[in-house]
Ligand binder design. Structure first.
Ligand code: NAG
Ligand code: NAG
Ligand code: NAG
Length: 321
């Protein structure tokens, strides 16, 4: 179809334009995490090939919080839970025989998530079995429920790119310090380049040194004073203080998250009954998308790519590997 061909060309053009931009040095500005300092950090991997595509945080023995945009293919269909494995309790990105992991059994993307506006960029991944929270390397993190003042010190962690437009993921978990930014200030900084922040967003930055989240960190934790304050969402470039990192403000979604968790308690099935039936009924089958819907989604995705390289890379990892 010619529409598709034009879109492919736009995509190629974007990719070329992207690679022509001057690379800039930027977990970006991080240091290796110490064992047991980030026991809530998870790596979301493709279950078929163990390729890392996003971060996440353990919020209950059965649930991981991540970004909504982590849960889609580039053409817009939601990733089925069978495609997602959740690795916990390790600093290394590489899968070992001793790695502890669970398969996803249900993925609940926020119903008002909009991939164009990057609004409500939050999702809950339910696991097939409880995590073993019996050691200091695997722990839950409490959700932040309060307003966090501007300039609060927080830690962000992930295996994402070491620099904007860099090659490949970090092989060890990295972490770096950022400070929350007043939303009026963050909105102003992005308005200068005509980017409108999505609903439910918050920002954090380090004005004094290069320090930020980057592609592949998406879905991971922003933690301030021991609470999960943000979910790594997006941003323009990585480590450029003119453009703070954009996070989903967890506080605004606590009632929704708690509802989703309660739902799974209600739908808990006896060991021998097929859990996947419950799961299927909650997923939108990808086949249901009409071709015009697919076209629309593709356009939106392209615009989103133009706006945010973070999204491109996550999608690319989901798609290409
Ligand atoms: C998890 O998923 C993988 C890949 O689909 C599969 O090989 C494995 O058996 C699953 N593990 C469990 C415990 O269901
Ligand atoms: C933010 O806090 C740090 C110390 O934590 C301080 O050095 C800095 O001046 C503060 N910045 C603003 C803009 O208040
Ligand atoms: C940050 O972005 C601004 C605006 O696009 C640009 O002028 C500046 O050179 C960038 N800074 C770095 C360190 O890349």
């Amino acid at each position: 179809m010619s529409k598709t061909r034009i879109l492919t060309q736009i995509l190629l053009l974007l990719l070329i334009t992207k690679s022509v931009e001057s690379p800039s040095v930027r977990i970006v500005g991080g240091r290796p995490a110490h064992a047991a300092d980030y026991p809530y950090q998870v790596s979301l991997k493709r279950s078929t090939n163990d390729v890392h595509f996003c971060g996440g945080s353990i919020i209950t023995p059965r649930h991981v919080l991540t970004a909504a945009h982590c849960c889609f293919y580039i053409w817009g269909g939601e990733l089925p839970p069978s495609m997602v494995s959740v690795f916990v309790g390790q600093l290394a990105l590489k899968v070992k025989p001793s790695s502890v992991f669970r398969n996803a059994s249900r993925i609940v993307v926020h119903p008002d998530h909009d991939e164009f506006l990057m609004s409500n960029d939050i999702a809950v991944v339910e696991l097939d079995k409880d995590l073993p929270l019996n050691n200091k390397f695997i722990r839950t993190i409490p959700l932040n429920k309060q307003t966090v003042p501007a300039n609060t010190s927080c830690m962000v962690s992930g295996w994402g790119l070491l620099q904007f437009e860099g090659e490949g993921m970090s092989q060890e978990l990295l972490t770096t310090e950022v400070y929350t930014v007043d939303m009026t200030e963050c909105t102003r900084r992005y308005q200068l380049v005509k980017i409108k922040l999505g609903k439910g967003a918050m920002c954090a930055v380090n004005d004094n040194r290069v320090s930020d989240a980057c592609q592949g960190d998406s879905g991971g934790p922003l933690v301030c004073a021991g609470r999960l304050v943000g979910v790594i969402s997006t941003g323009k470039e990585c480590g450029n203080a003119s453009f703070p990192g954009v996070y989903t403000d967890v506080r605004l979604f606590v009632p929704w998250i708690e509802r989703v968790i309660k739902e799974s308690e209600v739908t808990v099935t006896p060991p021998n009954s097929p859990r996947s039936q419950t799961v299927l009924s909650l997923q939108t089958p990808p086949e249901s998308a009409s071709s015009s819907k697919t076209f629309q989604t593709l356009v939106l995705t392209l615009v989103a790519i133009a706006q945010s390289v973070h999204i491109l890379s996550d999608f690319c990892l989901v798609l290409c590997c």
